[in-house]
Write a protein that binds this ligand. Structure first.
Ligand code: HEC
Ligand code: HEC
Ligand code: HEC
Length: 209
């Protein structure tokens, strides 16, 4: 893996798994997700809660993670830990209140090494794959360029994806379970549940009645 140490934060995988059950898109109660902190499984149907939050409060994704309390505050060394905010202060943030790693990379704010000596380069491939099996959602655009800036081909080929467009059947439920795109998204890459439009970014052609 060509991951640098920058990508290890903000795993929301267990929450993601709960949320997978929710992709029923049915009855939706806008306030429902606000209660969906760990320990309180969100009610079915909260999928559309991914709408951007315009309030000055931190985004609900950020609040949910802040509340996960993965560290023991009683530990005497707790106070020595650098806070996430301090560590990421100079990085651009995304709409969910997390570092936008792609922007950080493109703007040169971070410069991850391709190997431990920092001598090698990355094998860059600029090839977008548009995936159209998305029902009512906009199509998915998978950008090789963004990924190959810090991942080797072997992270994805031949598993979990064959290097042939359209050969892998991907369902959101798989992604939320941590397969396909979900191997990394929701774990080291941006949070799936709150970022539908970052993957589903290509509008479907308007159907004539
Ligand atoms: C990390 C990228 C990514 C994110 C984020 C993402 N999706 Fe998807 N989605 C995909 C891919 C890939 C497919 C499969 C497309 C294909 O095979 O043509 C897909 C397929 C779908 C489908 C059709 C297949 C199915 O499982 O029903 C729906 C509906 C869908 N996504 C909804 C959503 C919603 C709602 C969100 C946000 C809560 C979301 N997606 C976030 C990548 C993503
Ligand atoms: C983060 C994952 C990821 C990485 C890294 C990655 N790919 Fe892919 N690649 C994909 C996905 C997803 C597809 C589409 C598979 C599908 O549609 O079933 C794909 C498809 C392809 C295709 C088929 C294109 C077509 O039109 O049929 C080729 C060729 C390919 N990749 C080459 C590469 C090479 C070379 C590298 C390294 C420089 C690379 N990929 C890195 C995920 C990745
Ligand atoms: C092997 C790990 C891995 C896999 C598998 C993977 N991604 Fe990513 N993806 C990343 C990383 C790392 C980033 C950059 C960090 C971030 O944006 O959070 C990223 C960023 C992205 C971006 C943002 C691109 C930009 O320029 O802003 C999109 C869109 C995306 N991925 C879609 C997908 C889709 C769709 C799939 C599945 C077909 C997928 N990814 C599979 C690791 C992965």
């Amino acid at each position: 893996m060509a991951f640098s140490k920058h990508h290890t934060r903000h795993s929301l995988s267990s929450l993601g798994r709960i949320l997978a059950l929710i992709l029923l898109f049915s009855i939706f109660d806008a306030g429902a997700f606000l209660r969906a902190v760990p320990g309180a499984a969100p009610p079915a149907g909260s999928a559309a809660a991914a709408a951007p939050d315009s309030s000055p409060e931190p985004h609900q994704a950020r609040r949910a993670i802040d509340r996960q309390a993965i560290h023991d505050p009683e530990n005497p060394d707790f106070a020595r830990l650098q806070s996430v905010d301090e560590a990421t202060r100079r990085l651009p943030y995304d709409a969910n209140g997390f570092p936008d790693w792609m922007r950080a990379l493109r703007e040169g704010r971070i410069d991850p090494r391709s190997d431990i000596q920092g001598k090698g380069g990355m094998e860059i491939l600029d090839l977008d794959i548009v995936m159209k099996n998305t029902r009512e959602m906009p199509y998915v655009k998978f950008p090789h360029l963004s990924h190959t800036m810090w991942l080797a081909c072997s992270n994805c080929h031949p598993a979990p994806f064959k290097a042939k467009a359209g050969s892998t059947e991907i369902r959101m439920a798989d992604i939320f379970r941590g397969n396909a795109c979900g191997m990394c998204h929701d774990r080291v890459a941006f949070i799936t549940f709150f970022s539908c439009s970052r993957c589903h970014s290509v509008p479907q052609p308007v159907r004539q009645p």
